[in-house]
Design a protein around this ligand. Sequence first.
Ligand SMILES: Nc1ncnc2c1ncn2[C@@H]1O[C@H](COP(=O)(O)OP(=O)(O)O)[C@@H](O)[C@H]1O
Ligand SMILES: [Mg+2]
Length: 412
Amino acid sequence: MILSSSAQSNEITNVRLIREGTNVSVRVGQSAAIAGGVNSTETTETVEPKAEITGTNGIVEIPDVSNLTLEETDYPIISKDYLKTSKTPIYEGANGIVLKGTDKKRTASVVIKIIKRKPELSQQSYLTLVFKEFEVIKKCTHKNVISILDIAVVPDSNEFALILPYFSKGDLLDYLCTLRRFKIEISASLKDSIFKQVVKGVKYLHAHDIVHRDLKPENCMIDADGIIKIGDFGYALDLSKDNRPYLLKNPHEIYCGTTSFKAPELFQYEADILANKFDYDDFFANMSISKTLDYWSLGIIYWNIFLMKTPWPSANILDSKNGAFIKFKKYYPTGESQLKKLINELNDKSTTFKNNLAMFLFKSLHYDSRELIIGLLNPEPTQRVSPDQLLNSNWLSQVYANPKDLLLLMKK
Ligand SMILES: Nc1ncnc2c1ncn2[C@@H]1O[C@H](COP(=O)(O)OP(=O)(O)O)[C@@H](O)[C@H]1O
Ligand SMILES: [Mg+2]
């Protein structure tokens, strides 16, 4: 995990934004990750997804490619059907390599996302992983969710690559870091409108039974019109499918995610799985509750967008070093009247929350958003505020900004 923190005391950590990765990862060409920056000034056309993509089934029925040869495959091939246009990847992480490319007629820029085959994964698990990501994105048609163009075979390596539209404006983490680096002012309403787009995307995903499970600014792309597109469905689950066989084979995927965006219950899942105490039956019987993992991440994303900070390095109460979150949880309001009292305290300039410094930081969020963001970060999953509640709230329902304003800021 890569985290940078400027501790105010042993208990409170005011964590700054950094490319964290689900595992240690490197963004090629951007050594100072938080310095970030919009990738380039070039303008690029993106292509629309193909109506029909050959040869794929679904998460459970994966194609039989065990004896795949390049002469026989129905799948497009990298270097033949899709060409790399740059040797240096846009990004290289533990799970994949993202390269800029084009289709063979060179009509459009694409991204070639090669999904790494980890040696510990069986062929079956690797294929499930790849086609799970592909099928989930293919199912989505929404303004705030990326689309997919194709899936292709990488010659020699027996790996697959997802072909995605190329977003020359990069991801939201780079964008936020660039604003900070160049001290560019961004209005509260523009920040809120960015968040609203992410919330809309999540609402759509959940309505289609998809849980993302790795929501964070670096997984949100910005398109040529300044519109936010949720991407990276590597950990996503389609709840309408039978995920049980895959998750039983790969139980670490039950508690996956990026540390500072992970909901507190995931750390308990991890501890229970590792101690062979996890109640799998209960988990599989109530999988729709995993939507609330995304609600939690939305709360942290709002912190990132609004303050360019994270309230705590992690919500793992099993680690006594996480004093900030432990106190936050301890003093979390349990009913309406406690919540009202807390909101009044937050609105009262003189309250210092001496015993609960993470809560003190909530005073820096703006007035209208506090109650809802606290609601997203409810330690009790069933009580978390949902995207619907956010979008119907007096706060977000009134938020609007022209997405192009997002791009105009970068030109200043
Ligand atoms: N379509 C795209 N256009 C431009 N950049 C992209 C695109 N897809 C991914 N990236 C860049 O690559 C990074 C990693 O891609 P992602 O899909 O999140 O892979 P991983 O699963 O390895 O995290 C993103 O954070 C983003 O900066
Ligand atoms: Mg990612």
